[in-house]
Design a protein around this ligand. Structure first.
Ligand SMILES: CSCCC(=O)C(=O)COP(=O)(O)O
Ligand SMILES: [Mg+2]
Length: 404
C-alpha cells in the first residue's frame, strides 16, 4: 500500500487510547473536531487515516501507529510532516517517534550522494575511524588567523576540518575567501605530508541564496559544505543534495534540533531527525552529541541515531559523527560504542592541547592507533608525547560520566 505510517507516544489514561488514536486518524485526514454529516463513504475509505496498532506502555502512555494514505499529500517532507504531525504537534503530550515510508514513496528520496564510502575515498582512509576538528575562536579574526589554524589542524593529522556552525558570512572571513584560503593551505599541507584533509565551509545566509552560493563553492574548489539543517528545514537540505551543479558532500549540523527533539513527551525523536530524515534527504555526515561529552545525550537515543544512519538500506550510509566535549581520553569509549565507521570530532579537545591544534590532532591520532593496536592509552602515552600531555590535561575519560 502506498502510505506512510507514523508512530507516536501519547500520554493519557489507560483505556482511552483507542478513541484518541481514531480521533487522530480521522482528524488529521478527512475529519474535524466535530462530526461532518456530509463525509462520504468513498472519502472515508480512500483518504481516512488507519489505526495500525496500539500498545499501552505504562499506566499513562501508549505507542500508537497510524497509516496515512499517499493520496492525501505530495511526497515531500514538508507535506508529510504537516499531515502526520502538523496540528497534532500543538495538541498536548504527544511525541512523533518514527515515520515509515512504503517503498514507492521512499524511492523519491535521494539519500547521501557520497556517504561513508565516498568520504573515505576522498581522504583515502579506509581502516580506521576518521578524525575531524573544528575551527574555534575564529569570530573577530582575519583570514591569516584562519589559515594558520587550518594549517595546524591539518598538520595534526585530522581528516576533516569544519567551520564552527556559528561562523557566518562576515567581512573578516567571507565565504568565498574562506574557501580559496582553505583550498590553498590544504593543498600545501598535502604536498608536504601526502595526507588529504577536507574543509567543510559553513553554507549560510538567506534560503534563496543558498543554491547559488553552494554552486559557487563548488566552482571555487570547496571540499564539502557544513549546513545548519534544522534552522532551514530538511527540504532545503534535500534541494542542495539533489542539485547536480553542487555535488559536494554535505555535513549536517544538529544545532536547533534540540528545540524540537529534546523533550521526552513532545516534539520529534532524535533518531528520526538526526538519523532517518538526515539520511533520506541526503546528509553525508550527521553530527550529534555523544553520550559522554559536554552536551551529552542519552546513550540509547544516540545509538538509535547511529543505527538509522548505517542500517542496511537502499541509501548510501551517512557517517555518524559523535561530538561535543570530545578529548583523546574518550577515544576508546567512542570506538567501543561506534566502531570504525564513525568520525571522531573535536574542537576544544584539539585546540586546547598544550602544543596547540597540531599537538591536539596528533594526540587523537595516537589514541585511535592505540585502540586499533589493542593498547591502552596509558601504555601508548609512554611513547607518544602528545597523547601523554592530553591525558594529563583531560584524563582518560573516567572523569567524564557516561549517561546510560
Ligand atoms: C552539538 S554537536 C556539534 C559539535 C560542534 O559543532 C562543536 O562545536 C563542538 O565543539 P567542542 O569544542 O565541544 O568539541
Ligand atoms: Mg560548534
Amino acid at each position: 500500500m502506498s502510505e506512510v505510517i507514523a508512530t507516536y507516544v501519547l500520554s493519557g489514561k489507560s483505556g482511552t487510547f483507542e478513541k484518541k488514536a481514531e480521533g487522530i486518524a480521522l482528524g488529521l485526514t478527512v475529519g474535524s473536531w466535530t462530526d461532518l454529516p456530509q463525509l462520504e463513504q468513498e472519502q472515508l475509505r480512500k483518504y481516512k487515516g488507519r489505526v495500525v496498532e496500539i500498545n499501552e506502555l505504562e499506566s499513562d502512555t501508549a505507542e500508537i501507529r497510524i497509516a496515512y494514505p499517499s493520496g492525501n499529500y505530495s511526497n515531500d517532507i514538508p507535506a508529510i510532516l504537516t499531515t502526520v504531525f502538523g496540528k497534532l504537534s500543538l495538541d498536548g503530550r504527544v511525541k512523533l517517534t518514527d515515520i515509515e515510508f512504503s517503498d514507492d514513496l521512499k524511492k523519491a528520496y535521494p539519500g547521501p550522494r557520497f556517504g561513508i564510502g565516498g568520504i573515505r575515498e576522498k581522504v583515502n582512509v579506509f581502516d580506521r575511524p576518521l578524525l575531524m576538528s573544528i575551527f574555534k575562536g575564529v569570530i573577530g579574526r582575519d583570514l591569516d588567523y584562519l589559515q594558520s589554524q587550518l594549517r595546524a589542524q591539518a598538520l595534526g593529522g585530522v581528516d576533516l576540518v569544519k567551520d564552527d556552525e556559528i561562523l557566518f558570512d562576515n567581512e573578516l572571513t567571507p565565504f568565498e575567501e574562506r574557501i580559496k584560503a582553505g583550498t590553498n593551505i590544504l593543498r600545501e599541507v598535502f604536498e608536504e605530508t601526502g595526507a588529504r584533509t577536507l574543509y567543510a565551509v559553513n553554507l549560510s545566509g538567506r534560503t534563496a541564496t543558498l543554491r547559488e552560493k553552494a554552486r559557487r563553492a563548488r566552482e571555487l574548489g570547496a571540499d564539502a559544505l557544513l549546513f545548519n539543517v534544522f534552522t532551514y528545514g530538511l527540504d532545503v537540505l534535500q534541494e542542495l543534495r539533489e542539485d547536480e551543479e553542487i555535488s559536494l558532500p554535505i555535513m549536517a549540523h544538529p544545532s536547533f534540533s534540540g528545540a524540537s527533539a529534546a523533550s521526552p513527551q513532545y516534539g520529534v525523536s532524535y533518531s528520526l531527525w538526526l538519523g532517518k530524515f538526515l539520511r533520506m534527504t541526503g546528509a553525508d555526515l550527521s553530527l550529534f552529541p555523544s553520550p559522554y561529552g559536554s552536551v551529552a545525550l542519552d546513550k540509547k537515543q544516540v545509538l538509535a541515531i547511529r543505527d538509522e544512519l548505517v542500517k542496511p538500506d537502499e541509501f548510501n550510509e551517512t557517517f555518524p559523527v559523535p561530538s561535543a566535549g570530545i578529548h583523546p581520553g574518550l577515544v576508546p569509549q567512542l570506538i567501543a560504542d561506534f566502531g570504525h565507521e564513525c568520525v571522531i570530532n573535536a574542537g576544544g579537545g584539539v585546540h586546547g592541547h598544550p602544543d596547540g591544534a597540531a599537538g591536539g590532532g596528533k594526540a587523537f591520532r595516537q589514541a585511535i592507533e592505540a585502540v586499533l593496536d589493542g593498547t591502552t592509552l596509558v601504555e601508548a602515552a609512554f611513547a607518544n608525547k602528545e597523547l601523554d600531555e592530553a591525558l594529563k590535561l583531560w584524563g582518560e575519560g573516567a572523569a567524564v560520566s557516561v549517561k546510560k
